[in-house]
Ligand binder design. Structure first.
Ligand SMILES: [Fe+2]
Length: 368
């Protein structure tokens, strides 16, 4: 079988990993000879890994349908499938689709000249979507139902901006501070528009020079924004949103308090968005799977001051919901365990209570 380096966007569950996959701090993220799962691909995204070497044959090069567990799931309509049919989602989705070409036009125009960006139009659009939602978690749920947009940069920026707004609310920030955080989301990846698309979307192996060039979207973004009429935090967030608290990030390898607060908050929103956005070959991950990844890998990378309230608010909002566990059984979330947010206490059918934090085998796979 041939071995090929495949871009993260083209990796699919079922592919066999040919080489150990490490992150930039040299930690082993996926060992060789392991069959890729949604979780493994998501874990790679979490660590900003751009590609992996996999065995390729006709059989495993083509995307496999949904997840392996999907067979069991098909009978019942999930929480998100129901939400997708509501008027609220249809209206939100229409606003979202209308905003993408506007973002493209306004951000591209900003790059071409030295004028200030049309900030009022851009913030107005995300503000309208933000305030059309009853609660923060409802906004997360609506984003969870979105289709996979072809233009990743603009839809990603809108999503991250909205998630920043919700996180700012959960952190108790005032209106003006939330607005700044949302602007950080709008402009954080503007430097990517200056990286050749052929490199950003390159399916094959990135050379060290190409990877180094992609990393410059942070400094290039800062340079584009630094003389424009925008808040200082927006400029610094563009520069620092890939820095990590343990010093493993880029472009400067800053640690802990060297990283601006707005960039730390944005980093959580950025990674959460990348993990929960649906892909052509799979559904968006269940929020509890994503929270589990943050618990395993996130506490050294992200500031717990912002990460813990984020995990607490997301998980608390599903208390009372029916869920399907990884063994196919169904129960109701009763109590969130603050030492293991992704592993709550579940009341099973038949009045049995199961504390998932005391079980290593079963996890929450779907909210019903
Ligand atoms: Fe970025």
């Amino acid at each position: 079988m041939e071995v090929k380096r495949i871009n993260i966007n083209d990796l699919t569950p079922g592919m066999l990993v040919a080489d150990n996959v490490y992150n930039s701090a040299n930690q082993l993220i996926v060992p060789r000879d392991v069959v890729l799962t949604d979780k493994a691909i998501t874990r790679m995204r979490f660590h900003s890994i751009s590609s992996a070497r996999v065995y390729v044959s006709d059989e495993n090069a083509s995307p496999k349908p949904a997840s392996a567990a999907a067979g069991k799931e098909a009978r019942e309509v999930s929480f998100f499938e129901k939400l997708r049919g509501t008027e609220e989602f249809i209206a939100f989705n229409q606003d979202f689709e209308k905003s993408i070409p506007v973002f493209e036009q306004k951000l591209t125009a900003m790059l071409k000249g030295s004028a200030d960006p049309d900030n009022d139009t851009l913030t107005g659009m995300v503000d309208d979507m933000f305030h059309s939602c009853r609660t923060g978690i409802q906004l997360f749920n609506l984003l969870h139902c979105m289709r996979n947009f072809d233009d990743v940069t603009f839809s990603h920026s809108i999503n991250v901006s909205l998630i920043c707004g919700v996180l700012g609310t959960w952190l108790g920030r005032d209106k003006a501070e939330i607005e700044v955080l949302m602007q950080c989301g709008i402009y954080h990846d503007v430097g990517k528009l200056l990286i050749p698309k052929a490199i950003l979307d390159k399916p094959g192996k990135l050379s060290p020079e190409e990877y180094a060039l992609i990393k410059t979207h942070t400094t290039q973004g800062y340079n584009v924004l630094k003389d424009r009429k925008l808040p200082r935090e927006v400029k610094l967030a563009a520069m620092m949103h890939h820095e990590r608290c343990d010093g493993s990030g880029y472009p400067m390898g800053l640690k802990g308090n060297q990283i601006e607060e707005c960039a730390k908050i944005l980093a959580i929103a950025d990674v959460y968005e990348a993990m929960t956005s649906p892909r052509v070959y799979r559904k968006a991950l269940c929020p509890f799977e994503v929270i589990h990844l943050f618990e395993v890998d996130g506490l050294s990378l992200f500031d717990p001051v912002y990460l813990l309230p984020f995990m607490e608010n997301i998980t608390q909002s599903y208390v009372g919901n029916q869920v399907r566990l990884s063994d196919g059984t169904i129960g109701q979330i009763i109590f969130i365990n603050k030492l293991a947010y992704s592993r709550p206490v579940i009341k099973m059918n038949g009045d049995e209570y199961v504390d998932l934090s005391k079980e290593s085998g079963r996890t929450i796979m779907e909210i019903l």
